[in-house]
Design a binder for this molecule. Structure first.
Ligand SMILES: CC(C)(COP(=O)(O)OP(=O)(O)OC[C@H]1O[C@@H](n2cnc3c(N)ncnc32)[C@H](O)[C@@H]1OP(=O)(O)O)[C@@H](O)C(=O)NCCC(=O)NCCS
Length: 135
C-alpha cells in the first residue's frame, strides 16, 4: 500500500468512493479545489481504496473515506496519520452525530469531542466537533 498525493486523473475513482460512502456527497468541484491543498489517496495494487482531504489554513480535516470493501484494514488510520504530518496545533473536524463508526475511528486516532453544532448538515442533523492537538 502506498499513500500519495491525489492527481486530477484520480478524481473519478475518488468520487466513486465518495458516492459509496456518503448519503450526501460533496460536490465534484470541491475535489478539484483540494488538488492544491492537502489531498492524499491510499493505493493498493494500482487501485485507489481511500482518500483524505484537509485544509491546512483552517486546520480542518474536510473528508476521509475508504472504499466499503477495504474498511477495517487500517487504510483510514494510515491516511489520517499521513495528513496529520502536515498539520500543526489544534486540528478540528466535524462528524455527523449518527456516524458512530467514524466517531470511534477518530477517537482511536486521538481526537476528542469538544462540542456540538446544532443542525449543521443540510438535512438538519447535528455535528459533533472533534479536535486533536498536534505538537
Ligand atoms: C471512518 C472510515 C474512514 C474508517 O476507515 P477504515 O479504513 O475502515 O479504518 P481503520 O481500519 O484504519 O480503523 C482504525 C481504527 O478505527 C476504529 N474503527 C474503524 N472502523 C470502526 C467501526 N466500524 N466500529 C468501531 N471502530 C472502528 C477501530 O479502533 C480501528 O482499529 P481496529 O480495526 O484495529 O479495531 C471508514 O469507515 C469510512 O470510509 N466510513 C464512511 C465515510 C465516513 O463516515 N467518513 C468520516 C466522515 S466525517
Amino acid at each position: 500500500m502506498i499513500i500519495r498525493k491525489c492527481k486530477e486523473e484520480d478524481l473519478e475513482e475518488v468520487f466513486r468512493i465518495e458516492l459509496l460512502s456518503f448519503k450526501f456527497a460533496y460536490p465534484r468541484l470541491l475535489f478539484h479545489e483540494y488538488l492544491e491543498k492537502l489531498f492524499f489517496v491510499a493505493e493498493e495494487n494500482g487501485k485507489i481504496v481511500g482518500y483524505v482531504m484537509a485544509d491546512e489554513k483552517r486546520n480542518l480535516i474536510v473528508s476521509i473515506a475508504v472504499h466499503p470493501a477495504y474498511r477495517r484494514k487500517g487504510y483510514g488510520k494510515k491516511l489520517l496519520e499521513h495528513v496529520l504530518n502536515f498539520m500543526k496545533g489544534k486540528v478540528i473536524l466535524q462528524v455527523r452525530k449518527s456516524n458512530e463508526r467514524a466517531i470511534k475511528f477518530y477517537e482511536k486516532l486521538g481526537f476528542r469531542k469538544i462540542g456540538e453544532i446544532k443542525k449543521y448538515y443540510i438535512d438538519g442533523e447535528d455535528a459533533i466537533l472533534m479536535a486533536k492537538r498536534i505538537d
